[in-house]
Design a binder for this molecule. Sequence first.
Ligand code: GDP
Length: 265
Amino acid sequence: GRASPPLAALSQVLRLERSRRTGIVFPLQKLERYLAPGTDTAPFRLFQPGLAALQRAEALFRSDRGHPIDYVSSAVRVDHAPPPALPEVCFIGRSNVGKSSLIRSLFSLAPEVEVRVSKTPGHTKKMNFFKVGKYFTLVDMPGYGYRAPQDFVEMVEAYLQERRNLKRTFLLVDGVVGLQKTDNIAVEMLEEFGIPYVMVLTKIDRASRGVLLKNVLEIQEFVKENTQGCFPQLFLVSSVEFSGVHLLRCFVAHVTGNLPTVEAS
Ligand code: GDP
């Protein structure tokens, strides 16, 4: 298999000096000190696991003989999805938001996992199911666009509405451009169905600190004012620098019920 990239594992991150380490593991906290005094930072720290929890989560994402991590199947209809035997999370977002890159980063310690991409225009878009040992499944939902075809909308709606084992939906938003009109399609769907979800800001290595802060604060305000089902803490990630990836693994482990306790750091 491929070698895992640098910083894919916590052990590598722990060798960095403190401030760099915080930026990689807790990228949102890194922004805190640039906020105006008096800004409410409570939503920055709702999920703040300690090292032990981060390590336990990482072990789930590291495959070995007794713990296989595999692509299972693809489906265009929810009734073709694998049986809902395990807790499940799904990843959804506009085309090009960085979804395949993020899923590849999450699975970088299981290099045999193939994260397929079908980007050919006109190609049928599918849901791809991955199985993480006997612990949970992760679904790569097809990317949506400005003119999402009706059959796509129906597939996603049916999945979100009917999938009984779905524990959390991760809605990816581009960290450079922020929340777009097309993202509202997904937000409205999730809100209408009353499904718990969380927003993930991608490609943060490409956004200047100012742009990132603006997008973070805008989205936090949006979440507070307009949503019921969205977790108030944003997750920031870069698949290039690996920032936020370890924390996201930990949150996935947590929401799928695979971390008995999450002690504060
Ligand atoms: P998808 O359509 O949502 O699966 O998006 P991809 O993962 O294919 O990413 C779209 C483009 O953004 C590609 O050119 C990626 O190389 C780039 N990209 C994705 N994630 C990141 C990131 O974290 N940082 C940077 N700089 N580029 C990224």
